[in-house]
Write a protein that binds this ligand. Sequence first.
Ligand code: PEP
Ligand code: MN
Length: 260
Amino acid sequence: MKSINNELSVHSGPILISGPCSAETEEQLITTSIQLAETKKADVLRAGIWKPRTKPGSFEGVGAEGLKWLAEAKKETGLKTAVEVANVKHVYSALKHNVDILWLGARTTVNPFAVQEIADALEGVDITVLLKNPVNPDIDLWEGGIERILKAGVKNVGAIHRGFSKYGESNFRNPPQWQIPIELKQRFPELTLICDPSHICGKRDTLLEISQEAIDLNFDGLMIESHITPDKAWSDAKQQITPFELKKLIEQIVIRESKL
Ligand code: PEP
Ligand code: MN
């Protein structure tokens, strides 16, 4: 399997994917992307436009309109773009608007029917696909999702570790259970592995600690949510940071010899 590191990263450090949990308005997305580009740390702009919310009545994303904003942000900043897809309709819309990277969210990787339909739609398409772990700590289901996308002939496939759901109290929104992504890497030694500290932590004050742990464990990159006014975000407000705070966070990460 080909490693996707070189495709994603424009610098020698870890790959950094950042941007808002949700695209909200054109101005919010473009301003975020400009500020991210100014950090000179980010490689890829992420934004959710179809949002899988736990409860009905929450903001469920701006929909396909947001793809035009992503394309505009790419034109403006040169950043690659990434969007979450949960069904075939999303895939075709994203491809039509030249999104560079598609990711499957935790609530999609958990569903083999959905993953297979997406895999079939991607047959013969030259694109990068990242699969978040399923919400539950099921490594075989995560592996199976990756296999489905690989079998469709997609060459640039990677995984995103976003932690695993819990019942009851925890300092984490989704406890990391590091042994699972570590084992996944043993199963797919060439796989690009990205950590998503935002959805693991669910809040800002532990983002650096989790990012550092991921880098120490030899992860290839980080996906961290950023927003121009995080407290006013329409989804995941507690865990987002400004692009300027992101820059400071990345600068604090120490690159040392891997623990593995
Ligand atoms: C997201 O990235 O905003 C998201 C919905 O993540 P997850 O699928 O990890 O919950
Ligand atoms: Mn989010």
